[in-house]
Design a protein around this ligand. Sequence first.
Ligand code: ATP
Ligand code: MG
Length: 298
Amino acid sequence: MAALTTTDCPDLRLIARGKVRDLYDVDDKTLLFVATDRISAFDVVMKNGIPGKGKILTQISDFWFNKLHSVVPHHLITCKVAEMPASVQKYASQIEGRAMLVKKLKILPVEAIVRGYISGSAWVEYTKKGTMCDMPLPKGLKESEEFPEAVFTPSTKAEMGEHDENINPDKLPALIGDKLAKQLEEVALKLYTTARNYAREKGIIIADTKFEFGVDENDNLVLADEVLTPDSSRFWPADRYKVGQGQPSYDKQYLRDYLTSINFDKATGVELPAAVIDNTMQKYIEAFTILTGKTPVL
Ligand code: ATP
Ligand code: MG
């Protein structure tokens, strides 16, 4: 199987290409997300893709949307191209298995981040200031330690090319209103804890994650974007978890180790060798199988 690193659907209007996904406008109510096989590390997209990765990402999101549906409605209409409009079906051979038809929403201008373990930018802030998103934390926390309770740490959604900014949850009502702010926090925490508990039993620690939400025409809160994939979350192998240090990333560790070993130059980008591609893909397949108990359709 060759990697699909960019989609080509000329009769659909391309809205954007993210680091991984291509986004098309289908009609005034729906959008099409296509997860390509692009992969990024250290914020750089690699020159070649990981064949099939986009299909696994789409199937992971699909799995979680269904599993978490009782917590909050979601935007996914279907992942089956045969159920999509004819204008999309003509690209079936290109996008089958990696596409999501979703309901168009008004996206809230915040990222609903939930952290169960202290890591990444939260750990950096804590080591410098003893806080996380300007909220004081107990002294003596160790890197990657689990919080007694998961914490909601929203950030603003930055414009293209800029970095999202963590905000104190107290600032949320000013951005989206009291009612939505309260609901967003409750729902995000419930989604995360449900998923964390489920995954931990299977052997994957979901250390933290980022959800995006929108509101529909009736002002209902709806879960959008991708959910609980290795791209939007930190997945750690539970059997290698050790408090007091950084954890290997479930999916991208081979890639990061490789890039570090070759002193990779961010400016020129990299063509990945076959072994790194294979090992990375095996990790995505493993994560999918562990979470869902199924073999991915590739
Ligand atoms: P990155 O690759 O870093 O994530 P990005 O966020 O710009 O970059 P994508 O995530 O691929 O790229 O872009 C998807 C965009 O679609 C995001 O701006 C997201 O908020 C938006 N979006 C997600 N779901 C919906 C929806 N149901 N309706 C409207 N917009 C949506
Ligand atoms: Mg995004």
